[in-house]
Design a protein around this ligand. Structure first.
Ligand code: AMP
Ligand code: MG
Length: 399
């Protein structure tokens, strides 16, 4: 079977996600909306700022009245939060940052360029041009103006934007309900003694925590044994789940029962991806519920979740720009034997170059813990130290 290129797999997944995008929305308080995805655009209701105001601590003037060296009387003092009377002709006003400009004034001179005189007047060192150091009304927003589009994920900056518009509630998509399971007879949970042949389950916490960061509601199904009936029994009781996400058991080994169950009770697309690590992956439905089966090697789980599950999940929750942002960085190593699968190496950002972790084996989680992100090495690519390749920092992938 030909290996499916990553881009095509992602396109298929996003198409599926669009078809099953959540429709239900809820209205939540802005302060509780971090990480949620806007279902309605954020529209300004007021002119912001509502009035022209000073960008500096200084003196508000009629610019034409300023003559260098000739002091002007100071007729009023305006602090932020006050609404001043008009500026008297032939005078200036002491003004502070953010304070409304008095009617008649058309410029502000910063205090560093003004010398207060002993008689209380202010002496300007230079001419002042109209408009100087004024923040105009409406510079931030006009009534009816769209400030954030639907499909935007709300982080601290977007929430600050909403707050600046005086918005107290936003309409967002409800969280995706994701049931997570790991499979494997060899797995035990931390806290249990390891028997011969056993290893600790690390994917469970990886997926659980990651899903929570993405704003999903996580239903933890724990770890299921490599036993068809046990898996069938657990899955058949599920209700109200938007996505089933598993790790392990989707290869074509004899103990890979998830695949068997899907073939019997669902629709299954087995994929062999042209991806390293992360070649085996399953996507389909189980009794009508979308199902995503990730390979079990911890780094394969990580890479397939980062590149495929994460965008799929965010798109289902209504987010539009789901592609992680990568940027070109110089590498500090050579790739001389090009692979036929697109590779995502765990690399650290060291001294302005991408450095690879020695052991790039997909079972070695330390490679990811040491690294700062993933470096994309396209199919059939060789490179020399100093060549540019695309780097995806974990900060782009994990949240
Ligand atoms: P599988 O995809 O089930 O064939 O598993 C591939 C490799 O990943 C095997 O070495 C498994 O022991 C390991 N593995 C599978 N699931 C987990 C897990 N939840 N935590 C840690 N290692 C796992
Ligand atoms: Mg297994």
């Amino acid at each position: 079977m030909a290996l499916l290129p990553l881009d095509r797999a992602l396109r298929q997944l996003l198409d599926q996600a669009d078809q099953r995008q959540l429709r239900e929305t809820e209205t939540v308080a802005t302060h509780a909306a971090a990480g949620r995805i806007l279902a309605q655009p954020l529209i300004a209701r007021h002119t912001l700022p509502p009035w022209p105001n000073s960008a500096m601590d200084g003196y508000a003037v009629r610019s034409a009245e300023v003559i260098p060296g000739q002091p002007l009387p100071v007729s009023q003092k305006i602090f932020a939060g006050q609404m001043p009377p008009p500026l008297q002709a032939g005078t200036c006003a002491r003004i502070f940052t953010g304070a409304p400009l008095p009617e008649g004034a058309d410029a502000v001179e910063m205090q560093e360029n003004v010398e207060p005189q002993e008689d209380g007047r202010a002496r300007f060192g230079q001419a002042v041009s109209a408009g100087r150091f004024i923040r105009p009304a409406g510079g931030e927003a006009q009534p009816g103006e769209q400030k954030l589009a639907a499909g935007v994920r709300l982080g601290p900056i977007e929430l600050a934007m909403a707050a600046s518009l005086g918005v107290t509630e936003v309409e967002v998509y409800r969280p995706l309900r994701v049931a997570v399971l790991s499979t494997g007879d060899e797995l035990v949970e931390p806290g249990q003694p390891l028997q011969p042949g056993q290893i600790y389950n690390s994917n469970r916490v990886l997926l659980q925590q990651w899903l929570q960061r993405l704003g999903c509601e996580v239903l933890d199904l724990g770890c299921l044994p490599d036993n068809l009936e046990a898996i069938r029994a657990r899955l058949s009781t599920l209700d109200g789940v938007d996505l089933l996400l598993s790790s392990g058991g989707v290869s074509v080994g004899e103990a890979d029962y998830l695949g068997q169950l899907l073939r019997e009770e669902g629709e299954v697309g087995f994929w062999k991806l042209a991806l390293k690590p992360g070649k085996p992956m399953t996507f389909g439905t189980y009794r009508g519920t979308p199902f995503m089966g990730l390979p079990g090697n911890p780094v394969s789980t990580l890479v397939t979740f980062a590149l495929l599950s994460r965008p799929y999940i965010l798109r289902r929750m209504g987010m539009q720009a789901v592609a992680p942002k990568g940027f070109p960085v110089p590498v500090d190593f050579a790739v001389t034997q090009p692979g036929t699968r697109r590779e995502f190496m765990r690399v650290g950002w060291r001294h302005g170059r991408a450095q690879q972790y020695d052991n790039q084996c997909s079972g070695i989680l330390s490679s990811a813990a040491w690294a700062d992100g993933l470096l994309e090495i396209p199919e059939n690519t060789t490179c020399q130290p100093g060549d540019l390749l695309t780097f995806y920092p974990f900060s782009e992938l994990l949240g």
